[in-house]
Design a protein around this ligand. Structure first.
Ligand SMILES: NC(=O)c1ccc[n+]([C@@H]2O[C@H](COP(=O)([O-])OP(=O)(O)OC[C@H]3O[C@@H](n4cnc5c(N)ncnc54)[C@H](O)[C@@H]3O)[C@@H](O)[C@H]2O)c1
Length: 293
């Protein structure tokens, strides 16, 4: 079996600290090159320097990247191509919570209300589209991993807007299941439960502080393990991996009730699935041509 890490290049958004940094560190330790994109330049540059110094050669680069902007994401993936010859693994991990995480009682403000959606959902959607074009251009396939959350399944009134964004990331990622047949790209979502990072370091009120203090948490070790599993396990495609206090679990897919299926429909499904893959192959080829990346 070929090594899934050596000679591989991973683009990681939100790579300056926390989960993104730790995943980058694990990938570099296994022989991959990493391209980090984040808003936190000092931390991102320090991370790249740390990895390069330790390796004694260039294995990491950093670029200031706002994941809400196509321009920045296009530049980040172009850097992966320029510095290391392309991208094999795209990890769309940047995300925010904080004051925007609830959103129910804030002023009626078009821009402010959509901001968390632009970062947590927009950053994933736009990043996936740029990654897909790069991977398809090379024709070698690849791995896409999106950081969702346990909040992509569970409902939590104190972080309702955050839950909405992470449900969206789960739905988007699961819907990319046929990319494996279309372009040999496996897309999966990692969905951590609470994990000690800066994103949960400043609770917005006393109720949240007490909740965070009392709730069990998962560990960074398990979170990193989930990302590595998405890379190594070629059976995983369109899946969501929960990272719970007791480890990593693949979440069951939702199966619609029987009333959604008739025998005529079921007969037609295999034929439609093939037609859908062929249509997406044509659409992707056209998109690569148009994007000129
Ligand atoms: N820590 C947890 O409990 C937990 C649980 C579930 C999911 N997550 C998710 O994990 C991901 C990583 O979070 P973390 O826990 O490492 O927290 P973190 O705050 O340490 O890391 C988030 C990173 O994203 C970056 N970022 C934010 N907005 C950005 C933007 N517009 N463009 C580029 N970068 C941006 C931040 O600068 C930071 O480096 C997030 O998507 C978060 O929602 C975290």
């Amino acid at each position: 079996m070929t090594n899934p890490y050596t000679s591989k290049v991973a683009v990681i958004t939100g790579g300056s600290r926390g989960i993104g940094y730790n995943v980058a560190k694990a990938l570099v330790a296994r022989g991959s090159k990493v391209v980090l994109g984040d808003l936190l330049d000092k931390e991102g540059e320090a991370a790249a320097k740390e990895f390069n110094d330790k390796a004694g050669k260039q294995v990491a680069v950093y670029l200031h990247t706002d994941v809400t902007k196509y321009k920045d994401l296009i530049a980040l993936f172009a850097l992966a191509e320029k510095a290391f010859g392309g991208v094999d693994i795209a990890i769309l991990n940047a995300g925010i919570a904080g004051d925007a995480a609830c959103g129910l009682f804030t002023p009626l403000d078009d821009r402010a209300d959509m901001f968390i959606h632009e970062v947590n959902v927009g950053g994933v959607v736009k990043g996936n589209k740029v990654a897909l074009l790069h991977m398809a251009k090379k024709g070698k396939g690849g791995v896409i991993i999106n950081t969702a959350s346990m909040a992509g399944f569970a409902a939590a009134p104190s972080i309702s807007a955050y839950c909405a964004t992470k449900h969206a990331v789960v739905g988007w990622t699961r819907s990319m299941v046929n990319l494996e047949a279309v372009a040999n790209i496996r897309a999966n979502a990692v969905c951590p439960y609470w994990c000690e990072t800066d994103i949960i370091a400043n609770p917005k009120d006393e109720v949240q502080r007490q909740f965070l203090q009392a709730t069990p948490k998962t560990t960074m070790k398990y979170v990193v393990e989930a990302f590595l599993r998405c890379i190594e396990d070629t059976d995983l495609s369109g899946q969501a991996l929960l990272v719970l206090p007791d480890g990593v679990h693949v979440q069951d897919q939702y199966i619609p009730p029987e009333s959604c299926f008739t025998s005529e429909f079921l007969e037609k499904v295999p034929e439609l699935a093939i037609a859908g893959v062929n249509l997406h192959k044509e659409n992707l080829a056209q998109a690569v041509k148009l994007a000129k990346l």
